[in-house]
Design a protein around this ligand. Structure first.
Ligand SMILES: [Zn+2]
Length: 366
């Protein structure tokens, strides 16, 4: 199944060739619905989730879903095709160009103003889709909310991420990459994944999908073009911890899922973002600082309070911490872990992982 970014890249390629021109050739041997009229003007080409839509000015829309193996190619008229003709599922020809769709399992026309027409379902064929994470102005609150309102609470998070009714655009590659990035066990029930972690997942998906609209080699982690963390890397070392990556086929569609058994152990449901903790850590405190650089006992709540050395950094404490994390200062790393354990009740492993993850994310963002 192609990822949403593949469809959006196809729309970006097809739009300048087709939009505004009159339809001169049309073929679709397995079309459901009415054939568009020759001479109709193509109003626009757009991707919505994993659907590619060609809108005609007479109100008809051609919808293709590429399934596992489908693709759209753009050819100059008379140019030799790179796939055999018997795989043709749709051809949209205008003056000078032929846009050809191969192997798509779903080719349908419908009128958005009268959804449901040819299939008789009474439903808009794309009306069920969740927010499209390939778009820059997507409603992320709505996306996060759909984990609650659309998904079954016991469904595995790996299955939920692929459910286009929850969010549109995430395919099998991003699914594994996102779960590894956010340290979530692919097989944990969605109800066990906290809302802030659901938000991390959709934010990361949105950021990565948008980044990859402009590339041809899908890249999800820092490194050369095409770098991914776990997808397609069974038995190779996890880039974070070196543990061999595992893969199983699962879910109704028997999709492959890749994960690191150490970073994503059974039941792992992600980690909170470190930034709110850093903000809290940087707030001025009432009590006088104790030994420079040492945590001091807070008599009011008996817990450890933040190191005064942070507050005394000139300028911005967050920037100070980011600098420390970036420089991998081990003493500061331990200090931060200690503070996270005391203030946020995290276990040692969790706190350590959180600091290391922030370090990793910071590296990949720079
Ligand atoms: Zn790992």
């Amino acid at each position: 199944m192609p990822e949403g970014d593949t469809l959006h890249r196809a729309a970006i390629r097809l739009r300048p060739a087709l939009a505004g021109l009159a339809l001169q050739r049309f073929e679709a041997p397995r079309l459901l619905g009415n054939r568009p009229l020759l001479g109709a003007t193509i109003r626009d080409v757009e991707a919505v989730g994993k659907h590619l839509l060609v809108h005609f000015d007479d109100g008809l829309t051609l919808r293709t879903h590429l399934g596992m193996a489908g693709s759209w190619h753009l050819y100059r008229s008379e140019e030799r095709w790179r796939k055999p003709r018997h795989l043709l599922r749709a051809l949209v020809g205008v003056n000078g160009w032929d846009a050809v769709c191969f192997s798509a399992p779903q080719v349908q026309t419908y009128r958005p103003s009268q959804p449901g027409g040819p299939l008789g379902t009474g439903r808009d064929p794309i009306g069920h889709l969740g927010p499209d994470l390939c778009t820059p102005d997507v409603d992320l609150d709505e996306a996060v909310g759909r984990f609650e309102t659309v998904a079954q609470p016991d469904a595995e998070i790996a299955v939920v991420l692929l459910d286009q009714r929850v969010v549109a655009g995430v395919g099998n590659v991003y699914k594994s990459e996102l779960l590894h990035r956010c340290r979530v066990d692919p097989f944990v029930a969605v109800k066990a994944v906290p809302i802030p972690v659901r938000r991390q997942l959709v934010e990361a998906a949105n950021r990565l999908l948008l980044l990859n609209l402009a590339t041809t080699r899908r890249t999800t982690v820092a490194g050369p073009a095409g770098s991914v963390a776990v997808y397609g890397k069974a038995r190779r070392p996890c880039p974070r911890c070196g543990t061999p990556i595992r893969m199983v086929h699962h879910g109704i569609q028997n999709r492959s899922t890749y994960w690191c058994p150490r970073c994503q152990p059974p039941g792992a449901a992600g980690l909170p973002s470190l930034l709110p903790a850093l903000h809290q850590l940087s707030r001025p405190h009432q009590e006088p600082p104790s030994e420079h650089g040492q945590p001091s006992a807070n008599p009011e709540n008996g817990r450890t309070s933040p190191s005064p050395s942070i507050e005394h950094t000139n300028g911005h404490p967050i920037a100070h911490w980011q600098q420390l994390i970036r420089s991998s200062d081990l003493t500061k790393h331990i200090e931060l872990v200690t503070w996270l354990r005391a203030e946020h009740g995290l276990g040692h492993g969790q706190a350590n992982a959180l600091v290391r993850q922030t370090l990793l994310e910071h590296q990949s963002d720079t």
